[in-house]
Design a protein around this ligand. Sequence first.
Ligand code: NCC
Length: 337
Amino acid sequence: MATEQVSIYFKIYCLTVMTLVAATYTVALRYTRTVSKDMYFSTTAVCLTEIIKLILSLGMLAKETGSLGKLKASITENIFRSPKELLKLSVPSLVYAVQNNMAFVALSNLDAAVYQVTYQLKIPCTALCTVLMLHRSLNRLQWFSVFMLCGGVTLVQWNPATSNMVQVEQNPILGFVAIAIAVLCSGFAGVYFEKVLKSSDTSLWVRNIQMYLSGILVTLAGVYMSDAANVVEKGFFFGYTPWVCFVILLASMGGLYTSVVVKYTDNIMKGFSAALAIVLSTIASVTLFGLQITATFASGTFLVCISIYLYGLPKQETTKISKEEMDKSSKQKLISV
Ligand code: NCC
């Protein structure tokens, strides 16, 4: 399949927005879960996010197709006449639904900084899924750089002195179990979506619509299973403050930017670039807000940079090797002819 080419600046823009949204999202979500009065139902927030992403993706598909007639034709073809494809996309939508709900469980029980640091385990998990599901190979140096990146980002975000003005009861063990599930889900669903997206020419927005349609059903089932009685009694939007709306908006934007990033790069690149963006945004805070750079931050940054270098290094060698192998095999073919 021919991959659509976009400029490097567009890729950097998407990666930066995705990372900044993710950082803000985590902190804002944690904030909304620490105020005990009239707590909103997190399952409804996850469901609403899927609905917003579906509407925005429909808008993007309309822009892509250029006319109402073509939009209708595309929807008929890819949604109503493609039950198999809908079923295929229901797999990541189910896994993402679990992951997105787990983020709420984790951030209701753990500090945002602890969450961010532990969540970095998704980098090696994604690499493992890429190898197993996309049959790409990573050599030893690349594996080493993946773990080094994980350690580097952990150090960069390490901030043991964060304040804990929490008004609700917390269960850290439940929080860590939720992160472990979220890590596995993120790796699997991310790579599964990438595989489906890149194995055909179907538009990203069509793939998103297919995924969000089942996402809405699955997350509605989540509302029913966990909060049905409360929602009936207090209402779907109970406890929605402007902050909760902001979190839902960020979740929708973050999800769509993630899909664009996966389309133009891949899930491992997403991890590496996000790490670099975290480093750069912290350096920017030093310049803009006079933030102090600590020794842990400096060593984390060093590890992130080295790991990016090491990850890219063997790729060139692998390309060289595969070129040599190709030359060899074409020579052999010629001889046999
Ligand atoms: O964990 P992560 O991503 O892999 O989760 C992917 C998020 O993107 C949504 N998604 C994915 C593919 C697609 N086609 N459409 C989508 O809407 C999924 O529903 C899922 O929410 C990351 O790499 O760190 C990242 O982290 C999330 C988020 O911070 C964490 O999951 C923490 O809960 C970011 N999401 C947001 O900022 C809202 C994501 O951008 C990057």
